[in-house]
Each structure stands twice: as C-alpha cells, then as structure tokens.
Design a protein around this ligand. Structure first.
Ligand code: FES
Length: 323
C-alpha cells in the first residue's frame, strides 16, 4: 500500500542558494494550488540511485501561488537532499498538495518562535504571518555559523529587535528557560529544530509547569543523536532479510524489498509506519516524536520512516503476511 496523498505533476521554476548549505527550490504545480498556511508540508517523489522514494519537506510561505521549499544538504543524507540539490529550473517531478500538522493556533496573546538550523522553514512563515497581523511575537533563531542563517535579512527587516539570532560559532546559544520565563502565561511557543533542541525545549517547558498543549513542535525527520550506519532486519512470519544502507530509511528499504507498508507523514509524527520489534540485536535510535519516552525505552515498536538501528540487526513484525 502507498501513502494516502494525492500526487500532482510539478515543474521547478527557481532553484538557488539562499544560505550556506541551503537551497531554495520553487515549484509550479499542475492544476494550481489552494491557499496554504505556514507550517504546511508536502511530499516529493525523489530518485535515489534510479529508484523512486518519497521525502517530506516543509513549505516556505509563498505569496506567488508556488510551493517553495528550503532544502539543506545533508552529507549523511538518505539521498533525498542530494537529489533535491540536483534540481534546476525546468525539472519535472511529482509532489503532493500542502497539508498542515503544525498550524498556528491564533488564540494566544503572545508567540515565541524557536528555530534551529533548517527548522527556520516553517517558523519563517509563522513569523511573517504574525508580524504582518501585528501580533506580539519573538523569534529566536539558532545556527552553527552566521552564513547558515536563512532569511535573516528579511526577518530582521520585518521584525526588528523581535528577531534575535544565536550563532554557536560566536558563542551564543538560545537560553530556553529564559525564553520561556519571558513568555506570558497564555502565550504559546512553536519550535522546529533538531531532535536535541526539541528534547531540551520539552524538558525546559515541562519545568515551567505550563500546559504541554501550548508548546507546539516539529522535528526534522532525519535528525538523530547517532550516526547513520548500515543495519539489517528480518521480517517475522516470512523470514525475509532486508539490509538497510546508511543513506536509506528502514521504510525505503522495506518498500524496495516489496514488503507491504503503510505510511503518511514520513516525519516520525503519525505512527502509521510503525512496526513491532520481536528481537533486537543492536541499539535502537528512535528519531520519531510519535512514541512517548516510556514507549521508546520499552523498545517494542519503532517508526520505520525515521528511526533506525545504530548497527546490528533486529527481527520485526510489519503485520505483512503472505496471502
Ligand atoms: S509515516 Fe508517519 S511516523 Fe512514519
């Protein structure tokens, strides 16, 4: 079974570098586009070593009726960013219409937006939408180097001192506890960044005693705490062994091996791609935000779209049975 989205043809109308290691790629979509909100994402059909695979990207807000994506080149990528970086004007591919699971509530008295690295992609659109409506908003945007800050000039111009940049190479990091302390009680925080930043934010937010529903987050689908290395799985019930390369997701490897899988978000959020772990001979690297910390510690299930093994092997049960 495939993902449930509707696919459209698209043509690249612009592809350019906008920061160190980040390319902006703009698409015109066949049949036009409905309006979409900041935080929306699309799936893109990429080609990896000649085989199609699906990757999910967050949309940059667009006033021009196009879909714009900001794609960071990951040296250790599963092949998606490598493919996206090869796209030039006129290239054709397939894309889904924008969907939003990271929407602004518009109910808060004040907003704190936190971005780490390429996590600026949804946050940029939110910052613009809130600023143009004159809603109280502060942006704290962290990157490793100043050159890696995307949209910084535009955000500074739009937000003035409400936008602050934290460059770790210059010794500046976001003080999450201090940021949350400044937020009014009925304020909301939105964060997009690597898993480590997200986990730190969740812990700092919990320490404030604020309701968890007022911290909204999105994580990069491919950011883990362990390096990507090859591993293998055996599928219970059919005895098939599937090898997963370091630049491949477990879901991609299962699909390539003809195992019947379902999925949707491809970002570790919906849990549709999860499988049972029958036996584990290695260490699990959970990269999803679907399972709770306790469920992750139990090591009984994993999301195949983003989570992987840090080497070794496992026997998994996908629910797939020969008919
Ligand atoms: S497809 Fe949604 S968690 Fe994997």
């Amino acid at each position: 079974m495939k993902g449930r989205q509707e696919w459209r043809g698209a043509v690249v109308t612009r592809a350019q570098s906008i920061a160190d290691g980040i390319r902006l790629i703009e698409f015109a979509v066949e049949g036009g586009l409905p309006p979409f909100e900041p935080g929306s994402h699309v799936s893109v059909e990429v080609m990896i070593e000649g085989a199609p695979a699906i990757r999910s990207y967050t949309c940059v807000s667009s006033d021009a009726g196009h879909i714009r994506l900001a794609v960071k080149r990951h040296e250790n990528s599963r092949g998606g960013s490598r493919f996206m970086w090869t796209l030039v004007e006129g290239a054709r591919l397939r894309i889904t219409l924008p969907e939003n699971r990271f929407a602004l509530s518009w109910r808060a008295s004040s907003y704190l937006l936190l971005a780490g690295g390429i996590g600026i992609t949804p946050i940029y659109g939110m910052a613009k939408a809130l600023s143009v409506r004159a809603r109280p908003v502060r942006l704290a945007y962290a990157a490793s180097t100043r050159g890696e800050l995307a949209f910084a000039g535009e955000l500074s111009e739009l937000m003035g001192t409400d936008a602050e940049f934290f460059v770790s190479e210059e010794g500046r990091r976001i003080d999450l506890a201090a940021e949350f302390a400044e937020l009014p009680p009925d304020g909301e925080a939105y964060i997009c960044g690597p898993l480590g930043m997200l986990n730190a934010a969740k812990a700092a937010w919990a320490a404030t005693g604020r309701p968890s529903s007022r911290l909204r987050f999105e994580v990069f689908g491919d950011s883990g705490e362990r390096p990507e290395v090859p591993f293998s799985v055996e599928i219970a019930g059919i005895g098939k062994r599937v090898d997963v390369a370091s630049d491949q997701s477990l879901l991609d490897a299962l699909n390539a091996a003809g195992v019947d899988m379902i999925w949707d978000c491809l970002r570790g959020e919906c849990g549709l791609c999860a499988v049972d772990i029958v036996e584990l001979n290695g260490e699990l690297d959970h990269r999803d935000v679907f399972f709770s910390d306790e469920e992750k510690r139990e090591q009984r299930r994993m999301c195949t779209c983003v989570s992987r093994l840090a080497g070794g092997s496992a026997i998994i049960d996908t629910g797939y049975r020969k008919s």
